[in-house]
Design a protein around this ligand. Structure first.
Ligand code: SF4
Length: 436
C-alpha cells in the first residue's frame, strides 16, 4: 500500500538540508507521496528506509524500454491523468506494421525508416516496426535489419516468435501477445529472452489476473492490450487503466499498446491513442500524410506545459547577412523564432536575428511578464557582441513592443532603434520599404 506524506517523512533524514530542491524534508515527502519526484533526489535516505519506501518511490506505471542496436523506445513512468497537472514524460512510440511475408519488406522498411520531418527546429521520425509473423520471422528480421536499427514488436504465436527471437541478437523487442490460451509459453519466451511482453484480455479483471500470474513467474516488463473493439471502448478502457494505475493498482500499472491499424478510421484512433494514454501505437502502413500530424500532436501533448518549446538565445544569421544588414530582435519561444526566421528567410533578404532569453515566452507574453524589456534586449545585443558584426548599428524591435523603443535608445545610445511590424508575415515588406 502507498504511504502517506507523513509516513514517508518519518523515513527521511529530517535535516531539511534542501539538496533535493525542496525547503524541507516534509515538502519533499509530500511530493514523493504525490509521485511528483523521485526518491533518488534525496542523497541521504538510508538503505533501510529505501526498502520501506520502495513502493512509494516506484512509478505507478512501470517503465518499459524496447532496445535495438543503440536505439530505444520507452513507455510508462507517467504520474498524472492530465498533462497540466504535471507533465507527460515518455512519448508513445509510433510503430509501422509490416508483414514477414511481404516480398517488398526491405524496401517498405527502408522508406519508413528514412522518414524525417522538421517541426519548429525538432526532427521527428517513426520509432520502430511491428512485424507480423505470417511467414518465417527469423528471415524477416534479418531482412528488416538490413534497412533499420529501430526497435521491433514481434507479433505471432510462441513457435513463430521463438524463430524470430533467435534472429534478434542482443535486442529486447516487445512480444505480442500473451492471452489466457498461451500465457505459459509466452511467459517462458519472454523470461528466456529477457524481453517485454504484451498481455491481452478483453476485460480489465482478466488483464489484472493475467499480469499477476505472469509477474509471479518472473516477467516484470509487461504492456497491456485491453482489446477495445470500438473507439469509445478504447477511450473508456485506457482511461480506466490510467486511473487505476495511478491509484496504485499494481496489476494494471503498465504501459498500454494500441492498434489504430485495425480501426475503421485509423487517424482518429491514433490521435485518441496518443492523447489518451497509449505507450505504443501501431499504424497499418507508412503514410507520411498521417504520420506528420500525429508526430506534431504527440509533441504538443508531451511538451511540459510549464516549459515552452525554446530555441537557444543567440545571433542567427539569415540569408548570409553582411555588415550593413539590419539587426532584428525577438524572443526565444520556438514558434515566435520560426515565424520570424521563416518569413525573413523566405523573403531572401539578409538579416541578423538576435534571439533573447525570454524563458521561452512569445513577445507580448514575455513583455507583460517582464522577461522582454529594454534592459534584456540591450544585454543580449551587448552580450552577443552584435556591434562587432555590423557596420550600421540599426536594431528593429517587434511592433508589439513599440513602447520599449525609447528605453532601448537609452540603453543603446549609439544604435538607431526602429520599430518593425507587429506580425512576422509583414516583415519582408517592412524590410524592403523601410530599411533601405
Ligand atoms: S535532500 Fe533529503 S534530507 Fe535534505 S531536505 Fe531533501 S529530503 Fe530532507
Amino acid at each position: 500500500m502507498a504511504l502517506s506524506g507523513i509516513q514517508i517523512y518519518k523515513l527521511l533524514p529530517q535535516t531539511n538540508c534542501k539538496e533535493c530542491g525542496f525547503p524541507t524534508c516534509l515538502a519533499f515527502a509530500m511530493k514523493l507521496a504525490a509521485k511528483q519526484v523521485e526518491l533518488g533526489a534525496c542523497p541521504y535516505v538510508s538503505e533501510e528506509s529505501k526498502k520501506q519506501l520502495a513502493e512509494s518511490a516506484a512509478p505507478p506505471i512501470r517503465l518499459v524500454a524496447l532496445k535495438a542496436d543503440g536505439t530505444e523506445v520507452k513507455a510508462g513512468n507517467e504520474v498524472c491523468m492530465f498533462r497540466h497537472e504535471k507533465t507527460f514524460y515518455n512519448k508513445p512510440g509510433l510503430f509501422i506494421r509490416v508483414k514477414a511475408s511481404d516480398p517488398d519488406l526491405a524496401k517498405k522498411v527502408a522508406e519508413a525508416d528514412a522518414y524525417k520531418v522538421n517541426y519548429v527546429g525538432m526532427d521527428f521520425s517513426i520509432d520502430g516496426f511491428a512485424v507480423l509473423a505470417d511467414a518465417d520471422l527469423g528471415n524477416a528480421i534479418k531482412t528488416i535489419r538490413t534497412a533499420t536499427k529501430r526497435p521491433l514488436i514481434l507479433m505471432g504465436n510462441p513457435a513463430s516468435l521463438q524463430t524470430g527471437l533467435s534472429a534478434c541478437g542482443g535486442e529486447t523487442p516487445l512480444l505480442y501477445a500473451a492471452d489466457a490460451s498461451n500465457a505459459d509459453a509466452m511467459t517462458d519466451l519472454a523470461k528466456t529472452h529477457k524481453t517485454a511482453l504484451v498481455v491481452k484480455a478483453d476485460s480489465l479483471d482478466a488483464l489484472a489476473d493475467l499480469t499477476q500470474k505472469i509477474q509471479a513467474k518472473g516477467v516484470e516488463d509487461l504492456v497491456l492490450d485491453p482489446s477495445p473493439k470500438t473507439l469509445s471502448e478504447s477511450l473508456i478502457r485506457n482511461t480506466q487503466l490510467r486511473r487505476l494505475a495511478l491509484k496504485n493498482t499494481r496489476a494494471l500499472g503498465y504501459p498500454i499498446i494500441a492498434f489504430p491499424c485495425d480501426a475503421k478510421d485509423e487517424g482518429i484512433a491514433a490521435a485518441q491513442a496518443i492523447a489518451k494514454y497509449a505507450g505504443f501505437v501501431v499504424l497499418s502502413e507508412f503514410k507520411p500524410e498521417l504520420l506528420y500530424p500525429l508526430l506534431v500532436l504527440r509533441e504538443n501533448i508531451y511538451t511540459d506545459p510549464q516549459k515552452p518549446i525554446q530555441v537557444q538565445p543567440g545571433v542567427y544569421e539569415i540569408n548570409a547577412p553582411k555588415p550593413e544588414s539590419p539587426v532584428l530582435v525577438t524572443t526565444n519561444f520556438s514558434i515566435t523564432y520560426f515565424a520570424v526566421a521563416n518569413e525573413v528567410e523566405g523573403s531572401g533578404l539578409p538579416a541578423w536575428l538576435v534571439v533573447t532569453d525570454a524563458e521561452g515566452m512569445s513577445v507580448l507574453t514575455a513583455w507583460a511578464a517582464g522577461k522582454f524589456d529594454a534592459e534584456r534586449i540591450a544585454k543580449a545585443i551587448k552580450g552577443f557582441d552584435v556591434a562587432s558584426k555590423v557596420s550600421r548599428k540599426r536594431v528593429v524591435l517587434p511592433g508589439h513592443v513599440a513602447v520599449l523603443s525609447g528605453e532601448v535608445e537609452e540603453e543603446l545610445p549609439d544604435w538607431e532603434v526602429r520599430v518593425g511590424p507587429r506580425e512576422a508575415v509583414d516583415l519582408p515588406a517592412f524590410m524592403k520599404q523601410a530599411l533601405n
